[in-house]
Design a protein around this ligand. Structure first.
Ligand SMILES: Nc1nc2c(ncn2[C@@H]2O[C@H](COP(=O)(O)OP(=O)(O)OP(=O)(O)O)[C@@H](O)[C@H]2O)c(=O)[nH]1
Ligand SMILES: [Mg+2]
Length: 150
């Protein structure tokens, strides 16, 4: 299953991919689109209107989009237009729930505003919430597999 992560600079996209694929994290700023089964994008691309169309094209090349939100700053940016135009399935991720500033009530409002009904609060640092996310990803992968077989 091909998955694409998008979200503002520093939201925790790369850390999430590191966690899910290697089970450890290290600092690595994303400078360009990283292609593969886990497609990583630089937050600048999400924040800059000039990349809007390109990012949308990329979402069409994957089976799942992870919309990564920093739980300490969930309201950052508008991006409602992006959400409306993405045709691929979207799951929300709220990162940094290990920090005191994390505000899950605001995240919940943000996700609602974005029309993202399935979202997972997680910490890339402590690993909290990742098991539930892994299970969800496995289920989705199986469903996509079945659909392809038909
Ligand atoms: N406390 C805490 N810090 C996190 C978490 N996830 C990421 N971080 C930190 O946040 C910073 C940014 O994380 P990245 O994973 O590089 O963020 P990104 O979304 O890939 O950012 P860009 O590549 O710039 O778009 C790093 O210092 C991470 O260690 C988390 O769940 N909890
Ligand atoms: Mg990154």
């Amino acid at each position: 299953m091909k998955i694409l992560c998008l979200g503002v600079v520093g939201a925790g996209k790369t850390s999430l991919i590191q966690r899910l694929t290697q089970d450890r994290i290290w600092e690595e700023k994303t400078g360009c689109v990283i292609y593969g089964d886990w497609m990583d994008t630089p937050g600048e691309m999400f924040e800059n209107q000039g990349f809007f169309r390109r990012l949308l094209q990329l979402t069409n090349q994957v089976e799942l989009v992870l919309w990564v939100v920093d739980a300490t700053k969930p309201m950052l940016g508008n991006h409602l237009e992006y959400r409306r135009l993405i045709q691929t399935e979207v799951i929300g991720i709220a990162t940094k729930i290990d920090t005191e500033e994390a505000d899950l009530l605001r995240v919940s409002k943000r996700m609602q505003e974005l029309g993202i009904w399935r979202w997972f609060p997680i910490s890339n640092h402590t690993g909290e919430g990742l098991e539930a996310l892994r299970e969800e990803l496995l289920e989705l992968e199986q469903m996509i597999h079945l659909k392809k077989k038909k």
